[in-house]
Design a protein around this ligand. Structure first.
Ligand code: HEM
Length: 194
């Protein structure tokens, strides 16, 4: 999969250093019950999901598009969904699925989590794609609640390859933990008391 994606800035030396430390990250990993088994399981999720990211995004964009209060975060200047903005974000969203499953959680990883968090807030929303969106911020409550649809919709994709019930649970739980971990990190720019 290409990393030559407009606006994708993973590892860019110009990124702001995350205020979250690797020690904070280790505590968050412990909080979501992350283990070595999860590290193996999320790698398996990556193998399964990488060739399916297009279909996954079809499901997720269908879900967002069917809820006016969610799709309005992609509203262009005229108030209707901005196809260019949706398409640009979609490419990075697909890449995020692979990154979530394959990247080492080092300083580069933390710095890009910080950047993505900022891109959901009024500090940086719309800037990356030069969007004229009327929506200036993703409400934090939806960022947290999104963990549910981004998790439950993944299980059928994993089940396309995994038939053993225990393995399916293991990979599915690793995905849930990884999504929760990143959503928690992305909440940091929203809150003084992170
Ligand atoms: C767990 C929760 C969420 C995840 C994992 C997620 C994932 C992502 C990813 C991967 C990107 C692209 C990041 C990049 O630029 O590399 C993105 C951007 C975006 N997301 Fe989310 N998202 C979440 C919650 C939400 C919610 C709840 C909404 C709307 C209701 C939303 C709307 C958007 C928008 C509008 C952008 C583009 C922001 C910009 O202007 O740069 N996201 N999201």
């Amino acid at each position: 999969m290409t990393t030559n994606i407009p606006g994708y800035a993973y590892g860019d030396p110009g990124l702001v250093t995350s205020p979250v430390t690797l020690e904070d990250l280790a505590k968050l990993e412990q909080t979501v019950l992350w283990t070595e088994d999860d590290a193996r399981a999320i790698a398996r999720a990556g193998e399964i999901l990488a060739p399916r990211v297009g279909r996954v995004l079809d499901v997720w964009y269908g879900y967002v598009g069917s809820h006016p209060f969610l799709i309005e975060t992609f509203a262009g200047a005229d108030g209707t969904p901005d196809a260019g903005y949706l398409g640009a974000v979609r490419a990075r969203f697909e890449r995020w699925i692979v990154d979530l499953c394959t990247r080492t959680r080092d300083q580069d990883w933390l710095d890009y989590q910080h950047e993505i968090g900022l891109r959901h807030t009024s500090a940086k929303k719309n800037l990356t794609d030069n969007s004229a969106s009327t929506s200036l911020e993703i409400p934090l409550r939806y960022l947290v609640a999104f963990i549910v649809p981004l998790t439950v919709t993944i299980r059928p994709f994993l089940a396309e390859e995994i038939t053993d019930a225990n393995e399916l649970d293991a990979v599915y739980h690793a995905w849930l933990k990884a999504v929760t971990l990143t959503a928690s990190l992305w909440a940091e720019p929203y809150s003084q008391s992170w």
